[in-house]
Design a protein around this ligand. Structure first.
Ligand SMILES: [Zn+2]
Length: 56
């Protein structure tokens, strides 16, 4: 299903439990520096979030 989040974004990768691939997600979130303002996900790179803001 399409959402406003891009296909590479954690936001869409994790929006529904049935398509969460923990193995693929782990290296993207193991040292989070950004949090998504729209859905609250965290990620190492802001490229993986739809509305990233720094965690600092
Ligand atoms: Zn998001």
């Amino acid at each position: 299903m399409a959402s406003k989040c891009g296909i590479n974004k954690l936001c869409s990768m994790t929006c529904c439990g049935c398509k969460v691939d923990v193995k693929a997600l782990k290296p993207l979130v193991n040292a989070p520096k950004y949090i998504c303002k729209c859905c609250g996900r965290v990620a190492n790179k802001k490229a993986n979030l739809c509305t990233p803001v720094s965690l600092k």
